[in-house]
Design a protein around this ligand. Structure first.
Ligand SMILES: Nc1ncnc2c1ncn2[C@@H]1O[C@H](COP(=O)(O)OP(=O)(O)OP(=O)(O)O)[C@@H](O)[C@H]1O
Ligand SMILES: [Mg+2]
Length: 230
């Protein structure tokens, strides 16, 4: 993939996305434009149905816009075919979802190592990276536990470590604390804030969590498919 180093990690220009057709059409995004500078943590808020997940999926190459342009780390996503989008998701973007998405039969360490296996990283390099990431998220002593043996907050910390495994340039998180109690959510958001600094990653996080809205470098608000505040 050809890319130029840019100070803008994400550039979204006039993105539109509808689901369905005719009278039943839902206009999830109606001309959204914004930029996320490299190294920043940007929070995305907005009520349920305002288009947050739709927008994150488009920025992460999981979905395509009907109209408009998206650049991630210097790449125009419209110029990528399926293989190119797959490579973008595998090598440049880390995803964290509300439901954690860990593989139940794998230990915490094995879950974190999955992206490195997919990339066929050297096993020694993989083990070192996994150990480093587990200690980064405060779970060095829980490496051998399976998701069912971890608390919700611990599972989400494993998911954050996994998202960072391939040193992505962009971390996308969709309501990462949505299933956690307030106190645990607070700790997970502080961890996200810390890893954005220590791993020099850029993050775009959909959330209603007041902690993260305070810790973010910038807050964007979506309302009915449009940016209403930034
Ligand atoms: N696959 C789909 N098919 C049809 N409509 C969809 C689809 N995905 C999303 N929508 C609609 O698009 C709009 C935006 O949905 P989206 O999931 O992006 O909102 P959201 O801001 O993430 O909401 P929440 O806070 O509840 O997660 C909603 O009206 C939703 O019903
Ligand atoms: Mg959503």
């Amino acid at each position: 993939m050809s890319r130029v180093v840019t100070e803008t990690m994400v550039r979204v220009e006039d993105v539109h996305k509808s689901y369905g057709t005719g009278a039943a059409a839902v206009h999830a995004l109606r001309g959204v434009s914004f930029e996320v500078p490299r190294g920043e943590l940007v929070a995305l808020k907005g009520r349920s149905g305002s288009g947050k997940t739709t927008l994150l999926n488009i920025v992460g190459g999981l979905d395509t816009p009907d109209h408009g342009r998206v650049h991630v780390d210097g790449s125009d996503l419209a110029g990528l075919d399926e293989a190119g989008l797959l490579a973008l998701r595998r090598d440049h973007v880390g995803f964290v979802f509300q439901s954690f998405g860990l593989i139940p039969i794998l230990t915490a360490a094995e879950n974190v190592g999955v992206p490195l296996r997919l990339r066929r990283a050297d096993p020694r390099e993989r083990e070192e990276r996994v150990a480093l990431l587990l200690s980064l998220v405060g779970l060095a002593d829980h490496a051998a536990q399976r998701p069912g043996e971890l608390s919700g907050g611990q599972q989400q910390r494993v998911a954050i470590a996994r998202a960072l495994a391939n040193s992505p340039s962009l971390l996308i998180a969709d309501e990462p604390t949505g299933q956690l109690d307030a106190e645990t959510g607070h700790a997970v958001m502080e961890l996200l804030r810390a890893v954005v600094r220590s791993e020099r990653v850029t993050a775009l996080v959909a959330t209603h969590d007041a902690t993260l809205l305070d810790l973010a470098d910038r807050v964007l608000e979506l309302g009915d498919g449009e940016i209403t505040e930034h």
